[in-house]
Design a protein around this ligand. Structure first.
Ligand code: XMP
Length: 326
C-alpha cells in the first residue's frame, strides 16, 4: 500500500467477500513490491502482526521470516499458539526465540513502571536485531501498522517506541494493513483462516504481563499473574463474557497478606481482577460481573494458583483510575 492517507473512496471492509478482494489485491501488490527478496517480521501473536504474517505467507510463502520473541511476559499458551498456527498449520518460516531469562534478568529489581517499559522495549529491539543479523538477504521489514497508529502517532507501533533498528539494518518497510481500522483487520484475519481467539482477542499491552506484575518483577509473582489470568479468561469464555467485555485481566501487587489454609496460617499474594468496557480506552467503565461468577473465580484462583490467598475485584472506572495498574 502506498501513501499514508486512506482514500475517501476506499470501502470499509465488513464482509468476507470484501476481505477476500483486499487479500487478493494485496497479495499481488506484495509480490510485485518484494519480488524474490526476503521479508522479516516480528510476530508477537497479536491481531495486527498475525494478520500481516498470514497475508505475507499467502503472498510470498517462505520468503517471509517471522521472528517470535518470547520475553516471558506473554499470556499462558500464547507462544505455543504462535508456533502451532504459523509453523505447523501455515507452514511458515518461523524463528522462535526463547529470551525469557534475558528479559527477566534485565528486569530484576526494577520497580519503576516507565523504566520497566523502557527495558522491555529496548531489549526487544536488541533481540530482534541479533536475529536479523543472523539472516542473509533480508531487504524488507514487515510491520503491523494499522490506520489508528498513523492517525494517533508517527505510525510507529507502541512497543517500538524506544528507537528502531540500527542504521545498517535499515530495511524497506512492508505495511499491508496500514490503511485499515482494527475491525477491518479482524475481518481480513478471519478470511485468512486465523483462529477466532487470535483475531478477536482483547487488547494486550506491548510490555505484556510485565505491567501487571506490579513493582519489581519476580518469577513467582509473574506465574501468579499468568495462571490467574488464564483462569479468568477461561471462566469469562465459559460464561459468555469473552468478546463482550472489552478488556479483562489480573494484577498481582508486590505485597503479601495473612490468610489461613488447612488450619495453618499463610502469608501470600493477593490477585486483583479487572474487567472494563470502553470504546477508545480514554475512559472506561467497570463490567458488572455476576457475584456468583466472581465467587467461583475466587475459589478457583485461591485453590489452583500457588502463593495466592486472597482475590479482589477492582471497582474503579477510568478516570480516576487507569485501565492498567502501572
Ligand atoms: P491505561 O492503563 O492507560 O490503558 O488506561 C489504556 C489501554 O492501553 C493499554 N496499554 C498499553 N499498550 N503499551 C501498549 O501497547 C503500553 O505500555 C500500554 N500501557 C497500557 C492498556 O492495556 C489499555 O488497553
Amino acid at each position: 500500500m502506498t501513501g499514508n492517507v486512506r482514500p475517501e473512496t476506499m470501502a470499509r471492509i465488513t464482509t468476507p467477500e470484501l476481505a477476500q478482494a483486499f487479500i487478493d489485491e494485496q497479495a499481488q501488490e506484495l509480490r510485485s513490491q518484494i519480488g524474490d527478496k526476503k521479508v522479516l517480521l516480528a510476530l508477537s501473536g497479536g491481531v495486527d502482526s498475525s494478520v500481516v504474517a498470514a497475508l505475507l505467507i499467502k503472498a510470498i510463502g517462505k520468503q517471509l521470516v517471522c521472528v517470535h520473541v518470547n520475553h516471558g511476559l506473554l499470556r499462558k499458551g500464547e507462544p505455543e499458539q504462535v508456533i502451532e498456527v504459523f509453523r505447523n498449520q501455515m507452514n511458515a518460516n518461523l524463528v522462535y526465540v526463547d529470551a525469557v531469562d534475558r528479559f527477566l534478568d534485565k528486569l530484576a529489581g526494577v520497580a519503576d513502571p516507565e523504566q520497566k517499559r523502557k527495558i522491555i522495549g529496548a531489549e526487544f529491539i536488541r533481540v530482534f536485531e541479533e536475529e536479523a543479523r543472523k539472516l542473509d538477504g533480508i531487504e524488507f521489514l514487515g510491520q503491523g501498522t494499522i490506520y489508528p497508529d498513523i492517525l494517533e502517532s508517527d505510525g510507529v507501533k507502541a512497543h517500538h517506541n524506544v528507537g528502531g533498528l540500527p542504521e545498517d539494518l535499515q530495511f524497506e518497510l512492508v505495511e499491508p494493513v496500514k490503511l485499515l481500522f482494527k475491525d477491518e483487520v479482524r475481518v481480513v484475519g478471519k478470511a485468512l483462516g486465523l483462529p477466532d481467539n487470535m483475531v478477536f482477542r482483547q487488547p494486550f499491552p506491548g510490555p505484556g504481563l510485565g505491567v501487571r506484575c506490579l513493582g519489581a518483577i519476580t518469577r513467582d509473582r509473574l506465574e501468579c499473574v499468568r495462571e490467574s489470568d488464564a483462569i479468568l479468561r477461561e471462566e469469562f469464555a465459559k460464561n459468555g463474557l469473552e468478546g463482550k467485555v472489552w478488556q479483562y485481566f489480573t494484577v498481582v501487587p508486590d505485597f503479601k497478606s495473612v490468610g489461613v489454609k488447612n488450619g495453618k496460617r499463610t502469608f501470600a499474594y493477593p490477585v486483583i481482577l479487572r474487567a472494563v468496557n470502553t470504546t477508545d480506552a480514554m475512559t472506561a467503565t467497570v463490567e458488572d460481573v455476576p457475584f456468583s461468577l466472581l465467587e467461583h473465580i475466587t475459589d478457583r484462583i485461591t485453590h489452583e494458583v500457588d502463593g495466592v490467598n486472597r482475590v479482589l475485584f477492582d471497582l474503579t472506572p477510568k478516570p480516576c483510575a487507569t485501565i492498567e495498574w502501572e
